[in-house]
Design a protein around this ligand. Sequence first.
Ligand code: ADP
Ligand code: ZN
Ligand code: MG
Length: 494
Amino acid sequence: MPAVAGVSPEVLAKYQPVIGLEVHVQLLTQTKAFCGCVNLYGGEPNTHVCPVCLGLPGALPVLNKQAVEYAVLAGMALHCTINKHSVFARKNYFYPDSPKGYQISQFDKPLCEFGYIEVADSLKGGIKKIGITRIHMEEDAGKSIHDGFADSATRTYIDLNRCGTPLIEIVSEPDIRSADEAFEYLTKLKEILLYTGVSDCNMEEGSLRCDANVSVMLKDAKEYGTKAEIKNVNSFRFIRDAIEFEIERQVEIIESGGAVKQESRLYNSAEGRTYSMRSKEEAHDYRYFPEPDLPHLIVDEEWQEAVRKTVPELPEAKRARLIAEYEISAQDAATIASSRSFADQFEEAAKKAKSPKRVANLLLGDVLGRLKAANLELEQSPVSMAGLVLAADLAEDGKLSSRQLKDLLDICFAKNEDFPAVYEREKPQQITDTGAIEAMIAEAIAANPKQLEQYKGGKKTVAAFFVGQVMRASKGQANPAMLNELVTKKLDEA
Ligand code: ADP
Ligand code: ZN
Ligand code: MG
């Protein structure tokens, strides 16, 4: 990202950035917010439409119950108060892809308020809460298509399939103090929403869209500066870059005696800078008024309780529990909890295995290591969770040495085959003859007098060294359980 000319780190350090985010999220309902049309991305243009979402005169909206439940579920997962009584409102503006001439939204009485997301505090260290001002329900507009047609140079086409898709808008307090905090807020928000299942949060398809409000003020200032709003940036990394650019741009204006204009800006990721889109002076007056075609929305306690029962274990809680239950590191817990379905699969496997911790270690070490080396995603692993359970149990019972296990996993990855099949075919040899193992131990002891001395001197951990020597000599074929037992015995006798 190119820095803005003329703003040194020292000058930048005099200012405090202030950021608030507005995130639009499409809900994964079967049908649209106010009609029975299918709620599906894409499709032949203008086929998922009806008189209601086309805004034909006389057509009346009927609220989708599932959309309300998803909005309430999201609000609960984000620690919001759910308002029993909320009101739909018309937000009036003309736009070619919004045929009604208004958007049904919520204004002064939103469904959810006063939530938060926790992020690392970039100023003081530790954890801080970023307040969520409100979550309200609204409907999406259609799409204007500016390219892809022979006459795109002179015409714009309209696809109204998206019209009426249910959305929630999640508005943060201006509590964010750096681009990194904004990035973490968005990452956490997406993770929580994916856990609840209310949206697929697919940014390429526009299911999650973010506007960033950015201002700067001198560090000892009492009042926030004038904000600019960066519209519709399509990746979290670009949002971080856009915010960083915007902070420097505003500091430079103030330092050179100017004033930041309140306006909407667009981010150009190729150039790494924002451009003015429209200023607030020409901004719309939306003339909000209560939607006359919809009754007030009442979500009573009973309904709220029913939805509350569907709130899943959330990422933060899951990570903490995984760490405690499987004795794994915070980083490993984060890997497993990266998706709810992956964590569920892991836990189901771990519960079936003799040693859940061994399943965790196999997955996080051996399998993930190989996936990374092969540039594969978790879902592409040739080794299934069932395969992992078998591998862990064979190792736990001492029927496979760790060397044999690693060799078998290598074959799984080389041939893209699951573990049970590879194990059946290869069935590695094991030396289970006591005499043969003892003979190899005796050889190892004779060849390493120094280590024997250490053992005799009380350093019992040296036994592992001898186990390793015998394993290598036997090409990993010595039965690990027998070997462990016999090594101690032979060392004590020696
Ligand atoms: P508007 O009336 O311009 O839409 P709002 O008060 O509704 O502004 O706030 C919209 C978003 O902008 C919220 O996320 C809020 O936290 C954020 N915001 C408000 N004031 C500032 C500011 N001075 N600097 C940065 N963000 C701000
Ligand atoms: Zn419709
Ligand atoms: Mg606003």
